[in-house]
Design a binder for this molecule. Structure first.
Ligand SMILES: [Zn+2]
Length: 369
């Protein structure tokens, strides 16, 4: 029997709008011979949460990663999530090795923090921003983190490793600087995806039998208003602070402005009143107590503050000088960026099996048992 081999590619912010605005002959061919599903991302629609969900085949209630920035409710201290200390679930790599599905597993990401988060169980693990030196000889010099080229480099590295090491399970995740800066119909957006499409074509030409899944962690939309939910509440006599879930060290991407936030109340007795104030705030679309948010979005109850807020289509949340201010940024995090494509090729499953991007990982895990 032929060995089953899988490549999962998560195009960061690779929403249908971006794919549809570009000429992508390989993806067209994959769709024709496989399937293209309009599916959901996990909410909050941010990179960490969705990549970890796909790469563990589970929701945040299970794997524990609910944000880029963790705040300890008891101490009020915050820290960036940049390794796997908070990860509660095994990775696809660990399970694939334990089940003897794979002799070799490989992880390719642009950022080191995602590498450290997901590297358990990998034999090959490469972050394009700081690759092992051998890769520089075969794939080319390191590209800037704020570029389209770094994603091209990453996918060329995947291609090189498929040729030499032939790992059975490969997970690759790009970065979304291009989409943060450019709309779907912009030249650079189109060039970015066309080159990724070309490299995917090369990969398939070399190995037409491999199962391939292409999905995204979230979409990306233009925003005009920024709100600080913590300040909104404080101005209404309810002491509180809010952490935008997107918050990380890569501020050039998004200025730490995103469409979802966890709110921490000084006094939990203010919960109902706070929900009312936030619901009455223009730009805020949905407000949940932590209990309801955990149930509705399958989040980890202890890691989402006291309230969960989602912005409307043109609004983002941040830690601001004023409660509300105009802004001009492309970002994500809300329900409006939670729609993602799933393209499957050589897949044993059919389009209707996929509701969430998570299902790419989940169905793979189920097939191992
Ligand atoms: Zn992302």
């Amino acid at each position: 029997m032929k060995r089953r081999k899988i490549l999962i590619l998560c195009i960061d912010a690779g929403s249908h709008e971006y794919l549809a605005a570009s000429d992508l002959p390989t993806i067209r061919e994959l769709t024709k011979n496989g399937f293209y599903v309009h599916a959901n991302a996990v909410i909050p629609s941010v990179t960490n949460v969705n990549n970890v969900s796909i790469a563990t085949g589970s929701f945040p209630e299970t794997h524990g990663i609910t944000t880029n920035y963790h705040v300890d409710r008891a101490t009020g201290k915050g820290e960036f999530i940049e390794d796997n200390r908070f990860l509660l679930a095994p990775t696809l790599f660990e399970i694939a090795k334990a089940c003897k599905f794979a002799d070799k597993t490989a992880l390719f990401v642009t950022k080191k923090k995602l590498l450290r988060m997901l590297e358990a169980g990998t034999d090959i693990a490469v972050a394009a921003e700081a690759p092992p030196s051998a890769y520089i000889h075969t794939v080319g010099p390191v590209e800037p983190i704020y570029s389209a080229e770094i994603n091209w480099w990453l996918l060329r590295a995947v291609h090189a490793v498929l040729r030499t090491d032939d790992p059975e399970l490969v997970y690759c995740s790009t970065t979304d600087w291009v989409q943060h800066k450019y709309a779907p119909d912009d030249d650079l957006s189109q060039q970015h995806l066309a080159e990724l499409d070309r490299i995917i074509g090369n990969i398939i030409d070399d190995e037409p039998e491999r199962e391939i899944y292409i999905t995204a962690d979230h979409g990306m939309l233009a925003k005009t208003t920024a709100i600080d939910p913590g300040r909104v509440l404080t101005e209404h006599g309810i002491p509180a602070s809010a952490i935008p879930i997107i918050k990380d060290r890569y501020v050039a991407h998004h200025g730490n402005l995103g469409g979802a936030a966890y709110v921490f109340l000084k006094d939990r007795a203010d919960t109902l009143q706070a929900i009312q104030v936030l619901l009455n705030t223009s730009g805020i679309e949905e407000v949940y107590s932590a209990e309801n948010a955990a149930r509705t979005f399958r989040l980890h109850r202890e890691r989402i503050g006291d309230l969960f807020v989602l912005a409307d289509e043109t609004t983002v949340f941040g830690e601001l000088e004023t409660a509300v201010e105009p802004t001009e940024v492309r970002s994500h995090g809300s329900r409006h960026e939670s729609y993602v494509p799933i393209i499957g090729y050589n897949s044993p499953w059919s389009a209707t099996d996929f509701e969430y991007n998570v299902d790419v990982g989940r169905l793979f895990l189920e097939s191992l048992h």
